[in-house]
Design a protein around this ligand. Structure first.
Ligand code: MLT
Length: 204
């Protein structure tokens, strides 16, 4: 593996090999330990693979650079997405695990959306919590059969409702089976996110 794709990470092999492994992708300022409790709640027994975002913004880990809040450095996003894809493939080979389902929050959900579009087939599915459209340009990716859960907040100050609607359409137009719920919430997660994600994981 290329050393630049060797992310600091946690791998928990889990106890239930029937469940797909879960790739946990934290939000800005989080790290590889942040989403472990959420992962264990929504996918009990599943293997968990949780990398730390390699970019620092004022000391806060992220998965890619941004020019301003909600304005992405798309060139960096492409490169970091490909690095993360290499890391995932390497981890699958090392640990002998199947294609993971991503569970991403905020910045982590945004790179998960980018992974779906740039590396179709790498993820078994993705739960995107407070995600935005990752790229300005249209995509020709095909995601037929890939399941996506998109949980947005109606009062999210970072992700305008029109943006998450657009993301749902982009993924649907690419053939993904998208379930989009707009919750009466802001950017932070709640018990509703947890319950919906857990139910969606069971049906995956
Ligand atoms: C991002 O930069 O990915 C989004 O603005 C979400 C965030 O991290 O605040």
């Amino acid at each position: 593996m290329n050393p630049t794709t060797d992310f600091v990470h946690v791998f928990d092999p889990g106890t239930d090999t029937a469940r797909p492994p879960v790739l946990l992708l934290h939000g800005t300022g989080g790290d590889e330990t942040d989403l472990l409790p959420l992962g264990r709640m929504v996918a009990p027994g599943a293997a968990l693979l949780s990398p730390r975002g390699p970019v620092l913004e004022n000391g806060m880990p992220r998965f890619f650079r941004r020019l301003a809040e909600g304005v992405f450095d798309e060139e960096d996003l492409r490169r970091r997405t490909d690095d993360l894809a290499d890391f995932i493939r390497g981890a699958q080979a090392r640990h002998g695990i199947a294609a993971p389902v991503a569970l991403g929050f905020s910045n982590g959900a945004n790179i998960a959306a980018s992974l779906l579009l740039r590396h179709p087939g790498l993820l078994r599915g993705a739960a995107l919590l407070r995600a935005m459209v990752p790229f300005r340009e249209a995509t020709d990716a095909r995601l037929d059969g890939t399941k996506v859960l998109l949980l947005s907040g109606a009062a999210d100050p970072i992700v305008p409702p029109a943006n998450s609607e657009r993301l749902a359409r982009v993924l649907e137009d690419a053939g993904a089976a998208v379930k989009h719920h707009v919750l009466p919430l802001g950017h932070s997660l709640s018990q509703m996110d947890l319950a919906l994600t857990r139910d969606w994981m069971v049906a995956l």
